[in-house]
Write a protein that binds this ligand. Structure first.
Ligand code: COA
Length: 322
């Protein structure tokens, strides 16, 4: 019989230091009112100076262990960390997680901008379903505020830090992850990017290791792709929007989330919104929001969840799970 992969454990972490919109008012020419009305963000959690993506990833796994016990990690044979802010180019942040928890596992980082965690789930699903792995630990972890240009008010107010971890392994029907939608358009690199080693774009524009964004272009792209990718993912799962009990979108901007919700015809109570508390913590945003939903009793046995994300350079992903 065909194997089916699904999520069997979740955990999350956000650093305790909080930066409010009012705090930002004292640091740059902005206002609580501007940030709230444009994005829905009120606060964001920020990693300490000596706290990096691996530390956040460790904490999210510790949270998962607290919830599910040590057994949850038994037999994990692959660790994937989706991140845009790895501690180092190598070793992989995932290898640090492997070592920290004494796992006998392969480990690699996955770089796919904000949709990275959905990409990681799709890899985990494939590895479990094709027999390559028994259990995959798929983490989204981000110390994004270290990549933010604090002199650029148009991006600095948007981002935060955090991490979320999930165990993916074989499950029985009706549980499991449906086939996912994965997309990319590198032609949109100019609209949202951050530099690394080969620091230039096609055409030669020099990059710095800071987030650079054309907010309006990204907004238009996000609204469009949240619509098309969610419909495609629901279709791939053989469902209709009415079948979705909970929508857990990437937490970048409340207006983008609400536009997607409306296009799907879902009532407000079926959407998880955490952007007000965390801002956009990229690959961490969906597993963190899912963990919140679990804690709030908003995920019940057999519920069908829709996830979707968009991000840098440009990229998107979506999927449905039971
Ligand atoms: N505080 C106050 N004013 C700000 C500001 C801030 N933090 N950032 C920008 N502004 C100003 C600009 O200088 C500009 O002023 P001007 O009109 O005098 O030139 C004006 O506000 C820009 O307004 P506008 O472009 O109309 O804002 P917007 O409604 O498009 O909202 C974003 C801006 C960034 C909130 C919005 O475009 C957005 O959310 N885009 C998507 C970004 C995203 O999700 N990125 C992450 C992807 S994973």
């Amino acid at each position: 019989m065909d194997r089916r992969a699904g999520i069997t454990a979740l955990g999350a972490y956000a650093p305790p230091t909080v930066l409010t919109n009012q705090d930002l008012e004292t640091r740059m020419d902005t206002s609580d009112e501007w940030i709230r009305t444009r994005t829905g963000i009120r606060r964001r959690h920020v990693a300490a100076e000596d706290e990096f993506t691996s530390d956040l990833a460790f904490r999210s796994v510790e949270d998962l262990l607290r919830r599910y016990g040590d057994e949850a990690l038994a037999g994990v044979d692959m660790v994937i960390v989706a991140t845009n802010t790895p501690d180092a180019l190598f070793p992989a942040t995932a290898a640090l997680v492997q070592h920290r928890f004494g796992l006998t596992a392969g480990a690699f980082d996955l770089l796919a901008a904000c949709p990275g965690w959905i990409y990681a789930l799709s890899v985990a699903k494939a590895y479990v379903e094709n027999g390559q792995c028994r259990k995959v630990l798929a983490i989204g972890a981000e110390a994004l505020t270290k990549l933010v240009d604090w002199d650029d008010r148009s991006t600095a107010v948007l981002f935060g830090d955090g991490a979320g971890a999930a165990v993916v392994e074989e499950v029985e029907a009706p549980y499991g992850l449906a086939p996912m939608v994965l997309g990319a358009d590198g032609g949109g690199a100019e609209h949202l990017h951050a530099g690394a080693v080969g620091a230039c774009l096609p055409g030669g524009a020099k990059l710095t290791p800071k987030v650079v964004m054309n907010g309006r272009e990204v907004f238009k792209f996000a609204v469009r792709v949240m619509d098309t990718a969610t419909i495609e993912a629901i279709d791939k799962a053989g469902l209709t929007p009415d079948d979705i009990e909970l929508f857990v979108p990437h937490q970048a901007n409340f207006r983008i989330i609400d536009a997607a919700r409306e296009r799907l015809g879902l009532p407000e109570e079926r959407v998880v919104v955490t952007v007000d508390e965390y801002g956009n913590n990229s690959t961490a945003s969906i597993p963190l929001a899912m963990t919140h939903a679990l804690d709030d009793g908003r995920i019940r046995d057999g519920d069908r969840l829709l996830i979707v994300a968009f991000g840098g350079g440009l990229s998107w992903a979506a999927g449905v799970m039971t």
